[in-house]
Design a protein around this ligand. Sequence first.
Ligand code: G
Ligand code: G
Ligand code: NA
Ligand code: MN
Length: 251
Amino acid sequence: RRIEEDLRDALVENQIHLAYQPLVDAKTNAVVAMEAVMRWTHPELGPISPALFIPVAEESNQIGQLGEWALRRACAEAAQWPGNVKVSVNVSPAQFANVNLPVLVTQALANSGLAPELLELELTESIFLNDRDATDDMFAALKAIGVRLALDDFGTGYSSLGYLRKAPFDKIKIDQSFIRGVTEPGCRNVAIIKAIVSLAEALDMDTTAEGIEAHDELDLMRELKVGQIQGYIYSKPIPGEDVLAAMGSGE
Ligand code: G
Ligand code: G
Ligand code: NA
Ligand code: MN
């Protein structure tokens, strides 16, 4: 309740900012993208995890405003980065269900000057709970803009493979729950990751392994031909002002 109330003032009071976590090419070790994640520093309670306040924002109709802010902010910051480093922005199912989303994306790109192909929207499987036709229309509108679409947290939702057939994802992000314990002998997650990678290849999609923390996990992901690596082994999410310094060095 308090979180819900205080969240209403958080944006105007400048209590929310974005942090960025690198996505690294598994072959070249180059930083290819940065995922933007929201951070809220409450004036009395201190840092509040998005795992806590994002669901509150979704339930209290605040995610639209917060998500639009994050989209604009991420595009504006990414437009300053050198090379072709992409920015990934998390889009919640409520935002995806709003027919206004393509307009907001177009505006964020125009205002920042960021090229559409450098913006990647991370969507979760929950978007498929929305109306089927509206979902197809939204995919078409976003692809027409030229942004990239990634399927986040793959494997944790209800994981019907049917929608992968039609949905125009450019990338599948393998959820970190498949990484935990993956290097232990006989771990069945290896078979699942293998299957996801070959599925993605067949559908001409890229893959990212999330939550890579250890070198043996990294080696295994390379062996399994996962395309990109994200996790504490490279970096935790860092403040926007530190991004330029962190870029180029894969470590
Ligand atoms: O990195 P981390 O602790 O920040 O993220 C916790 C959860 O909050 C993750 O599921 C992440 O996807 C989500 N999250 C972080 N930032 C955003 C955001 O800007 N929008 C949405 N919809 N979710 C976010
Ligand atoms: O839902 P989403 O995948 O966007 O959320 C990712 C969550 O995982 C965030 O809370 C983020 O901070 C966290 N995270 C990112 N990298 C690692 C990692 O290497 N290990 C662990 N345990 N968590 C991570
Ligand atoms: Na994400
Ligand atoms: Mn994820």
